[in-house]
Design a protein around this ligand. Sequence first.
Ligand code: ARG
Length: 563
Amino acid sequence: MNNQEIVAKVIFDVIKEHLSLAEVQKLLETPKSVDHGDVAFPAFALAKAFRKAPQQIAADLKEQINGEAFEKIEVVGPYLNFFMDKGQVTEKTLKAVIEAGEHFGDSTIGENGNVTIDMSSPNIAKPISMGHLRSTVIGNSIALIMKKIGYNPIRINHLGDWGTQFGKLIVAYKKWGSEEAVRATPITELLRLYVQFHEEAETDKALEDEARAWFKRLEENDEEALRLWQWFREESLKEFNKIYDMLEISFDSLNGEAFYNDKMAEVVTLLEEKHLLKENQGAEIVDLSAYDLNPALIRKSDGATLYITRDLAAAIYRKRTYDFAKSLYIVGNEQSNHFKQLKAVLKELGFDWSDEMVHVPFGLITQGGKKLSTRKGKIVLLEEVLNEAIASANEQITEKNPDLANKDEVAKQVGVGAVVFHDLKNDRLNNFDFNLEEVVRFEGETGPYVQYTYARAMSILRKADFVADAEKSYTLADPESWEVVKLLQKYPETVLQAANNFEPSVIAKHAIKLAQAFNRYYAQTKILVDDNEKEARLALVYALTTLLKEDLRLLGVHAPQEM
Ligand code: ARG
């Protein structure tokens, strides 16, 4: 039981006739200042029922309530302020964390149900963008969090490997490209060809028609078109894999848009059977005005299918293949309309499971306040960003700890971890500016700060040769350790909050707060001094390292033992 639950229970016990346990719990507040205790109950909620002044109600309640779990209960105006018995709570919390270890906060809520997570999903022949990085790391963290509460996550990289842009690319390659150039620097060269196509197409209108014709050939499995497409795809994947390897993220499925090429006819048939397809200037659409949405364009006048047609086929395929409990799409906020249309069409088809599909959107990464865009060639090469972050981490470690044994390995964990942590620490819908220097700082609310705090705490435990024992009782009651204990105790609900909102930032913020609380404790307390509380202080440090490491793990970030 957490503090709120303990307080709710003792209040409920004396006012059963008036409020339910859940109602009491809803009313409880966390006081802004520690001087007002750990939990507060506003007695004015009972004024009507009791026909008394709130102050009087608060005073009466105080007399009746079972006070065993508290240091004191104070009446302040209409409020009842509860001060938890720190010793008791600390003892229970440390025992629970030591017993469960990294499994503290695990649950079986998910009942092993499959959760498909559409994540990363970069486009072939283009560099993986900062937006795709966001999707990759947010998706991975959500997968880890869902796993912790008992779901079975399935990471799907819905590669953008189909669409009219491949017609353009084939035309550009045949006109201005060469095999050697593509082999040498695949993505740079393919991007160059793509940009050149758009430049030349501004004056040469015939190019667009040629591109459409080549895409048509591709859709009809023309041998040359297929061979080129396959080759572009392979070369691109090699480049993407470099980044996935650095992030240590892998996928359960790489079925991208092309995979659905032969599965779209069924979608069109289903739509026809339900009389949902309407003709519009030769194209076929589904009217969604009942949903206050623009019509979904399913098939163009030349018969070519679209992004949404492939997503319809993918959604149906995923339901059949995985029978998902939930199906998540970690895709930028700018596609929210697309996902509304997707769900609406599925609903029209009578697929009620579409209610379990969730678009999990996120904001933009800007640089110097400006949006990054591929079209204009303003791209940030992710591999470079990650390598610079590693180099910066390396410099700082060399300064702080020149003799560190596995320095390169640690620098990689810190540099990459810094970029990932920075991405995850803000509410995912917020836009944020990317500034490498800030990301890799060892102070402030950064990944390296959390990792550094963890490493310092680990070195204390090593010095003391501490072995935690769940059978022993460890108690502390000072105000600094109390701040740490409260964060440890809150862990299970923190994990649930992150899972329910698909929000890794809840975990990142918990990690930052925990690290800060520990550093305040460490500044005030001589942990290793030999007195009768030494073991308890070490147990606190031990519990803290356990959950700090688990926080980092849930974000997909390493926790080096030393740095
Ligand atoms: N490839 C797309 C893009 O880069 C993202 C795909 C997202 N997933 C999906 N099922 N539509 O914009």
